[in-house]
Design a protein. Structure first.
Ligand code: ADP
Length: 323
């Protein structure tokens, strides 16, 4: 459905997109994860036609996009700041995109109403945008984009202006809309739990380059470098010559004969965060109350207590530091 080949964009000496290659199948959602300044927005802007590439090609549904103006690309874009039109009501906003597609007025209204109903937003149709909460505004922005029936939907950190609880609800809601409408989408985020929750595939971007992409859990369990491992949330990477040993939490057993010393412990009552000092390096582990009890074996553990753990050395991964 989508194929990006060697797409590049420089701003002065900064490579915001550095020979990016990516492919997506129809109906797949790609979570694009990268630190701030890694080129996430630039990549979306290139795909939407808001920025001109220095080189490379983008194929969508058999058409090469780079010669097409934004309005002919069939690419929808959703920003974090909703960008609704304040002078139009919700229905007006949702049917707006259809004006450009030269769809007759009655048909526009009918389609917009039908879509709002399907999305459970029918009761908002006559509201003004300033009468909507942030979450409602973003729902309407999504509806406005879906109304134009894009072949590719780009979401640029769509939840980052919302508070935590709302973020989770809306994440699930938008995700289910994308699936229900079988949309092919790229969802940009710098939040890895969001990336894992919404992505059928995951791509990690750093300094304009795609470092690794594939199924999210495959990236998590087989990161290509220590940097990627850390970025995806792994805590335990032991320096080993000029490479690193990744200790997955599944490689650590809570009973065994290998010496370890408790360096710190904290708990919110449910989860226990502990740090152990082992001969080869430190281990940070998150334990359930039950696992913590297993580790304590009835003793009172304090900082400095000696423990025995098990380490499955065959499960450790040797990784290059950088990539
Ligand atoms: P992200 O979305 O991951 O935060 P961006 O795509 O916004 O990253 O930026 C990638 C790099 O390109 C950054 O170094 C940024 O400073 C630079 N950049 C982006 N847009 C411009 C621009 N219009 N002019 C100059 N530099 C830019």
């Amino acid at each position: 459905m989508l194929e990006i080949r060697n797409l590049s964009k420089h701003f002065g000496s900064t490579a915001a997109a550095d020979a990016v290659n990516l492919a997506l199948e129809s109906g797949q959602i790609l979570a694009l994860l990268g630190p701030s300044g890694s080129g996430k927005s630039t990549l979306l802007r290139l795909l939407a036609g808001l920025e001109r590439a220095d080189g490379g090609e983008v194929w969508l549904d058999g058409r090469e996009l780079s010669k097409l103006p934004p309005e002919q690309r069939k690419v929808g874009l959703i920003f974090q700041d909703y960008a609704l039109f304040p002078h139009l009501d919700v229905l007006g906003n949702v049917s707006y995109g259809l004006v450009e597609q030269r769809i007759p007025k009655e048909e526009r209204g009918r389609r917009a109403e039908e879509l709002l109903e399907r999305m459970g937003l029918g009761q908002l149709a006559r509201r003004r945008t300033w009468q909507l909460s942030g979450g409602q505004q973003q729902r309407v922005a999504v509806a406005r984009s879906l109304a134009t029936r894009p072949r590719l939907l780009l979401l640029d950190e769509p939840l980052s202006n919302l508070d935590a609880q709302l973020r989770q609800d809306l994440q699930a809601e938008i995700h289910s809309w994308l699936q229900r409408f079988e949309l092919t989408a790229i969802w940009v985020t710098h939040d890895r739990s969001e990336a894992f929750a919404v992505g059928d595939r995951l791509a990690v971007l750093r300094a304009g380059r795609i470092l690794q992409d594939g199924p999210p859990l495959e990236l998590y369990h087989r990161p290509a470098s220590a940097w990627i491992a850390r970025f995806l949330g792994h805590k335990n990477l032991w320096p080993s010559g000029d490479s690193f040993l990744l200790v997955p939490s599944a490689a650590v057993g809570l009973r065994g004969g290998e010496p370890a010393e408790l360096e710190s412990h904290s708990s919110d009552g449910e989860r226990h965060l502990i740090r152990l000092r082992c001969p080869e390096g430190a281990l940070e582990l998150e334990l359930s109350s039950r696992e913590w009890a297993e580790l304590r074996q009835g003793r009172d553990l304090e900082v400095g207590s000696a423990l025995g753990i098990a380490l499955d050395r065959a499960a450790l991964l040797r990784l290059p530091g950088d990539l």
